[in-house]
Design a protein around this ligand. Structure first.
Ligand SMILES: *Cc1c(COP(=O)(O)O)cnc(C)c1O
Length: 387
């Protein structure tokens, strides 16, 4: 008999019926050892073919850090996606299945020397940068390589802003491109990142405005750019509706047609949007407690072993297992299994009261969960299972 869950109306807009069906089928086995992450391979394939389909002359490079599980990498390799990497560890994953170097780029503006050495040896030839020192490093380890400069762009409206750590303004960026050329590198383009889980479609407008200003300046200075890398940032649905990828890309495409030369090559580096909404965490209730007025629910995955992004503002939704006599709804504080008080996932979550031992499903948890997980306090990192 299939386990049953309390599926509410708002859940159906988050997790597709086909994913839910596969999940229930998977859970219909005698022994399951929670917590683990289920990833729907069909959903990933669907997203990869959707992304880029509304932007002319574009290529997709999956940002490996969103979920570097080897099963995901193998699937995306079979689907002929490109990959965006930042470290020798990520490169090793790709080289272990012989991904062609022409399908790999690195947009981490500050790279380790060991990564540069191994990337050069493997044949990776596209790198972002945003400093003079990085040009010097690239000149030494990957002489003559293709480089693109990272611009700062507004990150307002992103639930996971990134811009403060990387990127430079236009006047600085042009100097860097020229310095790269003087040092024998091949300046090919411009990149930016609007911030992860970007729900404001206008962030791309201001980013493309800035990129266009830099592009024109570069043409004036005699540089021959050919590529615009628009980074990642496409959002997925966690609890609230978000703007669709189709709407975002149609807007981007029309802005690019208006502002850039006809033959510009567009690179897209989605991470979250490829794997995020294909994932369902399967967790178990390990305890309940009343503390003052608050009802606390403890589950076996928490901030340290998978749900790190909850402390940065990502709000998940929860599907509780049905019992014979379903209990009333309550307002819960949901916490993870560790002894650390930082390990609180969410507050004011309205759910039917589960029993200890019941499962709790957490949809839209395929990105930035396992890749952030640690074994803090002796809780092992949950397995990823492609279904
Ligand atoms: C993390 C990252 C991405 C992916 O961002 P998402 O918001 O997950 O799509 C793309 N490019 C770079 C350079 C990144 O650091």
């Amino acid at each position: 008999m299939l386990r049953s869950f309390k599926i509410e109306k708002h859940h159906t807009g988050i997790v597709p019926e086909s994913t839910l069906f596969k999940t229930l089928k998977y859970l219909d086995r005698k022994t399951i050892k929670t917590p683990f992450l289920l990833l729907d391979s069909n959903k990933i394939a669907e997203k990869v073919s959707l992304i880029g389909s509304f932007i002319r002359n574009s290529r997709v490079f999956y940002a490996v850090k969103a979920n570097p599980d080897i099963s995901v990498i193998k699937l995306l390799n079979k689907l002929k996606a490109g990959f965006e990497i930042a470290s020798e560890g990520e490169l090793e994953l790709l080289s272990s299945i012989k991904v062609e170097p022409s399908r790999i780029i690195s947009s981490n503006p500050v790279k380790t020397l060991i990564f540069l050495k191994t990337a050069a040896k493997y044949g990776v030839n596209y790198f972002s940068f945003d400093s003079y020192d990085e040009v010097d490093k690239l000149k030494e380890f990957v002489p003559g390589c293709n480089v693109y400069v990272r611009l700062t762009v507004p990150n307002e409206g992103s639930e996971w802003p990134l811009s403060k750590k990387f990127g430079v303004e236009i006047d600085h960026a042009i100097k860097l491109l020229l310095y790269a050329k003087e040092n024998g590198l091949n300046p090919v383009g411009i990149t930016f990142h609007v911030g992860s889980q970007c729900t404001n479609i206008y962030n791309w407008n201001s980013a493309l405005d800035k990129a266009k200003a830099l592009w024109e300046l570069a043409v004036k200075k005699g540089l021959n750019l050919k590529m615009l890398n628009i980074g990642g940032g496409y959002p997925i649905k966690y609890t609230k509706n978000v703007v669709s990828i189709e709407a975002i890309e149609k807007n981007i495409d029309s802005l690019i047609q208006e502002r850039f030369p006809e033959n510009v090559e567009i690179y897209i580096e989605p991470g979250r949007a490829v794997v995020g909404d294909a994932g369902i965490f399967v967790t178990k209730v390990i305890g309940k407690a009343k503390r003052g007025d608050e009802d606390w629910l403890y589950i076996d995955v928490g901030v340290f072993n998978g749900l790190m992004e909850s402390v940065g503002g990502i709000k998940y939704s929860y599907i509780v297992e049905n019992q014979k006599n379903i209990k009333a709804k309550k307002q819960w504080t949901i916490a993870g299994p560790s002894c650390d008080s930082f390990d609180v996932i969410d507050k004011n979550v309205i759910l039917n009261e589960p029993e200890v031992g019941n499962l709790v499903l957490i949809p839209s948890s395929g990105a930035y969960t396992i890749s952030y997980a640690s074994e803090f306090n002796g809780f092992s990192i949950p397995k990823t299972i492609l279904i």
